[in-house]
Write a protein that binds this ligand. Structure first.
Ligand SMILES: NC(=O)c1ccc[n+]([C@@H]2O[C@H](COP(=O)([O-])OP(=O)(O)OC[C@H]3O[C@@H](n4cnc5c(N)ncnc54)[C@H](O)[C@@H]3O)[C@@H](O)[C@H]2O)c1
Length: 348
């Protein structure tokens, strides 16, 4: 029976725990110092407070002080904390990670290096390990259209495991598969890791089109669809510029995840508030009051920096990303026009 420790008992870590129990894995779930209330609920057999699904009694839970015990002897370590927690949690977990056969990551985001360079998550984690003189096992980037609640509840779910070593991706895609949790193996780690945070940015823009419908009483489906197409194009442009395969953005981590994120979720909800006219700054404050982290917001300037450091000429081909910056960070009151101009094809 393969074994895993999942680091982070939030929505996704706990959703993955349920999926792996169904696939016959032995699962340890470690909660960070922010997760005691979540571990309390899991241990009590109550629905997980973030996803309203009960976590299997076969999952063994650990609190933050018990990290070494949680990692002892496992085959795989999965990183499922929010991107802000990655440096600290990886640093603490390095001794255990170095003994594992693979490091999986469901976390989505970019990591700025000390010199300000923007790194994709695996590169950032490799840099942390290198600094500490620790050798990492293969990294498996996990993404795709996966809402943690549905995954936890055994609804049909398709995901992608991206690893530079395709054999490793295939091995885990086989071992973690259950009837309703299906995994596409890929060797395009970079493509998976570019799409994952970028779709959060673009989901905000899809939300704006929904909010415009609420505001005006008229559907803005054409605008939303044009936004969707441009978002996918931009994910593909950036992926290819960073050495990924073009097809990845048109598959599960790009189109697939953008669809599910644009249907519901915190980024889309935030965008809808902007679209309704609440103002980007005020809407973000409201989201914070509701304890709703909008991951796409911090991703915008990081993505802009990544584009500029990769190839400044990409800017012209990625107007939607720069429109997101203008709307969210400059709180542009003409957000409807800014969005439309970014996604409508120019006059030929
Ligand atoms: N929820 C989903 O459907 C889903 C799906 C796929 C991927 N993801 C990704 O998985 C990651 C976790 O998302 P989630 O939905 O589980 O979020 P969550 O808010 O439910 O849980 C966040 C986890 O990160 C930890 N964390 C947060 N800030 C931290 C900090 N500063 N230091 C240390 N630990 C910290 C928390 O303790 C918790 O374990 C995100 O990158 C998200 O994009 C989420």
């Amino acid at each position: 029976m393969p074994s895993i420790v999942i680091l982070g008992a939030g929505a996704m870590g706990s959703g993955l725990a349920n999926a792996l129990v169904r696939a016959g894995w032995e699962v340890n779930l470690w909660g960070t110092w922010l997760d005691d209330h979540l571990i309390d609920a899991i241990e009590a057999g109550s629905p997980h407070p973030r996803i309203d699904v009960v976590i299997s009694g076969k999952v063994t839970t650990f609190r933050s002080d018990d990290l070494a015990k949680a990692m002892d002897g496992v085959d795989v370590v999965a990183l499922s904390v929010a991107s802000a927690g990655v440096p600290k949690v990886v640093e603490l977990a390095l001794p255990g990670i170095s003994k594992a056969q693979a490091l999986w990551m469901t976390t989505k985001g970019f990591l700025p290096a000390e010199d300000g360079t923007i790194q994709l998550l695996p590169a950032g984690v490799r840099a942390i390990a290198e600094e500490a003189g620790v050798e990492l096992p293969p990294i498996v980037a996990i993404a795709g259209p996966v809402k943690a609640n549905e995954c936890a509840a055994d609804e049909p779910t398709a995901t992608i495991f991206g690893c530079k070593d395709k054999d490793v991706a295939v091995k885990y895609a086989r071992e973690a598969r259950s009837d309703n949790y299906a995994i596409e193996p890929s060797d395009d780690e970079v493509g998976v890791e570019v799409c994952a945070p970028m779709k959060n940015v673009y989901a905000i823009m899809l939300g704006i089109a929904d909010g415009l419908q609420d505001k005006t009483g008229h559907p803005h489906h054409n605008l939303k669809a044009a936004t969707f197409a441009q978002a996918v194009r931009e994910m593909s442009i950036l992926s290819v510029a960073l050495g990924a395969k073009e097809a990845t953005a048109y598959g599960l981590p790009g189109v697939g995840d953008l669809e599910v994120t644009g249907l519901s979720g915190r980024n889309k909800v935030y965008g809808s508030r902007i679209g309704r006219g609440e103002g980007a700054k005020t809407a973000l404050e409201t989201m914070k009051e509701l304890e709703q982290t909008v991951e796409g917001v911090p991703a915008i300037p990081l993505a802009v920096n990544l584009v500029e450091q990769t190839d400044a000429s990409l800017k012209e081909r990625m107007p939607l990303l720069f429109a997101a910056q203008q709307i969210v960070y400059e709180d542009d009151p003409n957000y409807a026009d800014v969005l439309a101009q970014a996604v409508l094809p120019p006059r030929p």
